[in-house]
Write a protein that binds this ligand. Sequence first.
Ligand SMILES: Cc1cc2nc3c(=O)[nH]c(=O)nc-3n(C[C@H](O)[C@H](O)[C@H](O)COP(=O)(O)O)c2cc1C
Length: 188
Amino acid sequence: MNEKILVLYASKTGYSKKYARWIADELDCRIARADMFDTDYLMYYETVIFGGGVYALHINGLKAITKNKGWLRGKHVHIFACGATPPRQEDMDKIFRANFTHEEQKRVRFYYFRGGFCYEKLPATDKALMSLLKMRLKYKKSLSEDEAGMLNAFEKPADFTDKRNIAPLIQAVEKEIKNTLHSPMAIK
Ligand SMILES: Cc1cc2nc3c(=O)[nH]c(=O)nc-3n(C[C@H](O)[C@H](O)[C@H](O)COP(=O)(O)O)c2cc1C
């Protein structure tokens, strides 16, 4: 097991968790729920990967990590956001800007993995919010492709997760490991 890599996740309906599991299996490293993890222990890791669902642009659970002032200190940080909509550069940029300060934007590597939508598994507060949206969509005259997809997903959960999406993240982490092994500091 690679003791220097940690995967953390926050997932309301299981999509981010699925990606986090795939990543941890691929990198053979530890995985934990972000809200169950004491961030004081972040300092023991060289690479931290965090993933969470997108809720009105915000990455769920990210605050649990960023509240620790030293969360970026001396480590590689990879963050993935998992939303229901297809990966569109404009939307991904919006999510990136909404969740990270300018300083953080320079330091984190950011990815967007498409998740899905499962109304049944949502916590009660989100269910209430989504019921309002459903009503609004039902009576709207014309729907965008995203809105139509959303309306359908109320009846039948949608799952767009795909293990292949994690490839760029895995490659980036593997490259970092290789560079660390070959750095003069590592030889000493
Ligand atoms: C209240 C609410 C707001 C949402 N906002 C967005 C959004 O802004 N963009 C998006 O792509 N998906 C949005 N979604 C869909 C979730 O991001 C999607 O279901 C995601 O896969 C959930 O991941 P999780 O199960 O790991 O929490 C929203 C869902 C809910 C319930």
